[in-house]
Design a protein around this ligand. Sequence first.
Ligand code: SF4
Length: 122
Amino acid sequence: MDLSALITRGFDTTDQALWLAVVDQGACSVGPLTPDDWYPESAPAEAARREAAGALSVCAACPVRAECLELALRNWTVGQHGVWGGTVPAERERLRTGRVAQLTRVLSRNRNAELAAPRGTC
Ligand code: SF4
């Protein structure tokens, strides 16, 4: 199953609306940081947060932090890299894993409820 499709199911804000908000209001669109400042090299979260401290401080004051994080989780091809929504890749990987597990439980519960429901006779 395509995990991206599973992750986006059930959320009513479109990717387009999220992108518009982030592009329009993202605090990272201006400032003195270079692109490299947004891409920590270390994989462990703690080390990555140290390396990306400047970028993370920009995110901390960003008005569209939640939207940015949601985009990263939905668009994993790009969202798995760099800083998004005040998080580093290892943190988003944990969030994504938790979300997939939660959605899988919901889908499984719904499927079981459908199977247990009485069927019509027409
Ligand atoms: S949360 Fe961070 S990466 Fe996302 S738009 Fe805001 S400043 Fe940019």
